[in-house]
Design a protein around this ligand. Structure first.
Ligand code: SF4
Length: 67
């Protein structure tokens, strides 16, 4: 059974990085967006606390992607 985060379609991080070749990002997507840690996602917590989504560059771990 494939599970995925209910926010996938509107998540800025996922939209921006779903096709990335970056292994760390891919790992987060596998672990969080379509994996067992989706309820631990820092982006979800941020949105719940602030009422607005975080920067697209905030990873599910809460760290920012610096390019
Ligand atoms: S980053 Fe978080 S909110 Fe966005 S799709 Fe992945 S698990 Fe869901």
């Amino acid at each position: 059974m494939t599970q995925e985060c209910e926010s996938l379609a509107k998540c800025g991080f996922f939209k921006k990085y779903q096709t990335t070749k970056d292994l760390a990002c891919k790992g987060f997507i596998l672990q969080y967006c379509s994996g067992p840690k989706m309820n631990d996602c820092a982006r979800k917590k941020y949105r719940q606390e602030h009422g607005t989504p975080p920067s697209d560059d905030m990873m599910p771990s809460g760290q920012m992607i610096v390019v």
